[in-house]
Write a protein that binds this ligand. Structure first.
Ligand SMILES: Cc1cc2nc3c(=O)[nH]c(=O)nc-3n(C[C@H](O)[C@H](O)[C@H](O)COP(=O)(O)OP(=O)(O)OC[C@H]3O[C@@H](n4cnc5c(N)ncnc54)[C@H](O)[C@@H]3O)c2cc1C
Length: 459
């Protein structure tokens, strides 16, 4: 088989590449290879009844398949250069924002038009945060919600399915350089192409490292973010979330001058398990539909760690901490803030008596046996700092789930076209280590598709 472009991975990066390639040139022969299932077949077996915790499926339905890791996400498309990746370092700040806005237009045209766009512009909370040693980062955010995000993906797929060849349940084993392009090897078969876009996301991180080593493409270590997910009654944060939906707040700790930040805020949402390469960590999401709201808001508190010499593998450090929580709790551990402060573990009775009803069935335990002191001290300081702008955050019954780890892929050596040293071989999205979010990953896909169609010369 011969294609003009092969895209590996059908997360937001891959989908938006395919969309833009076909929009720019409907004559192009494009294929997408995806190791997971089509959207409608993606189903995590955890039902809270027969299957209570992760059974390590061959491919994780949450992380893999059409829509990628973003398919069941909260669908928060942040339009900002302040977080979510460093795409702007390659393509410039103005271009990055322009592309994120364009992605938003596409999402709106495919079912997202009725959803809300929130913004930090002119908010009074910037000043309130500053007065309390906190910094509110600037962003506009379109909250599609898990439900509308799914609808948008369905609509994008029905538009693309007759114009692009999709190969689901097809993990790509290798990519080889051929005369005039690339060979993509899967199962016992292969397909050739002139341009190849690697968009394998977080779940393809180990694969990406192997490909870089095979093709002699440089990489450098990235950071890892470690922390907890906080869950509390939604009313405690409603003054912030009603206006901003998501507030990204940064705090510098007094003790170590470490940066602790809020991440992925889900008003009226649920806490969920996340499985990365067999390690169970915690995450969260929420629905746009009020009928599916819970009484709680959840968000992560994360501390960034970057190792360089002599130990370089920041992700392995994060994995070890997550493994420790999996070893002690059989998965995710939950602890009341009051128990943590008093130096005792939470147990089933204390959680049951708590005024906050957990939305995830996690194992009551003691996070101080899992998280390094420096990280835990930072999180506790941050909880008290947030209590000043959202009184009630430091209540005894506030729940902390651990651990939340944000793994980042190794940063792949790519130039300002997001192209490797091999002409026509591009690396986009979270798999490149450059983006860490839906909007940045999607924008990187559009950028590369435009680059290919603008520069393509007939063979
Ligand atoms: C629960 C959850 C909630 C989230 N919520 C948000 C949010 O609200 N806002 C936000 O900005 N971000 C959120 N994120 C992060 C966001 O989903 C990612 O940043 C985004 O999906 C990255 O897109 P991507 O296309 O680069 O990679 P991915 O979405 O990870 O897609 C990569 C795809 O490549 C496939 N693949 C990997 N290796 C191979 C191979 N060898 N062969 C074939 N296919 C392969 C995978 O199966 C996967 O489908 C969330 C993530 C999770 C897990």
């Amino acid at each position: 088989m011969k294609y003009d472009v092969i895209i590996i991975g059908s997360g937001p990066g891959g989908i938006f590449s395919a969309y833009e390639l076909i929009k720019n040139n409907p004559e192009l022969k494009v294929a997408v290879f995806e190791k997971g299932e089509p959207l409608e077949k993606r189903k995590c077996p955890i039902d809270g009844d027969k299957v209570k915790s992760c059974i390590n499926c061959r491919t994780c339905a949450i992380m893999s398949g059409f829509g990628g890791a973003g398919a069941f996400s909260d669908g928060k498309y942040n339009i900002t250069n302040d977080f979510g990746g460093t795409l702007y370092e390659h393509i410039g700040k103005e271009k990055a924002i322009k592309l994120m806005k364009y992605v938003d237009e596409i999402n709106c045209a495919h079912g997202g038009a009725e959803t809300h766009m929130y913004s930090t512009t002119d908010t009074k909370f910037k000043k309130i945060c500053m007065q309390n040693k906190l910094k509110l980062l600037d962003a506009s955010v379109r909250h599609l919600g898990t439900d509308i995000n799914y609808v948008v993906l369905e609509n994008l797929f029905s538009e693309l399915k007759d114009k692009v060849d999709f190969y689901f349940n097809t993990p790509v084993k290798k990519v080889e350089i051929t005369d005039g392009g690339y060979r993509v090897i899967y199962g016992d078969d292969h397909a050739d192409c002139k341009y190849c876009i690697l968009s394998v996301g977080r779940s393809g991180s180990k694969w990406m490292e192997e490909i870089c080593s095979d093709l002699n493409i440089g990489t450098k270590s990235n950071r890892v973010d470690i922390g907890v997910r906080v869950e509390l009654p939604a009313v405690i944060f409603s003054h912030l979330t009603d206006e901003l939906y998501e507030s990204k707040i940064v705090y510098r700790t007094e003790k170590y001058e470490d940066r602790v930040r809020t991440f992925c805020m889900n008003p009226y949402g649920s806490v969920v398990n996340e499985n990365t390469n067999g390690i169970i960590t915690v995450n969260g999401h929420s629905y746009d539909d009020p009928a599916r709201h819970t009484d709680n808001t959840n968000f992560a508190l994360l501390v960034a760690k970057h190792f360089s010499e002599p130990f370089k593998d920041s992700n392995a450090y994060g994995e070890s901490i997550a493994r420790l929580s999996n070893m002690l709790g059989g998965g995710v551990i939950v602890q009341r803030f009051g128990d943590l402060i008093r130096g005792r573990r939470s147990n089933t009775e204390r959680i049951a008596e708590s005024t906050v009803t957990p939305t995830l069935a996690a194992t009551p335990g003691d996070l101080s046996l899992v998280l390094p002191k420096r990280i835990l001290d930072g999180i506790i300081e941050m909880v008290y700092a947030l209590d000043k702008v959202a009184p009630g955050t430091a209540n005894d019954d506030t729940l902390l789930y651990g651990v939340e780890v944000k793994f980042y892929n190794m940063e792949v050596d790519i130039d300002d076209n997001l192209e490797t040293k091999h002409k026509g071989l591009y690396v986009i999205g979270d798999g490149s280590g450059v983006t860490h979010s839906l909007s940045h990953a999607s924008a990187s896909g559009i950028y590369v598709a435009d680059h290919i169609t603008q520069n393509d010369k007939p063979a």
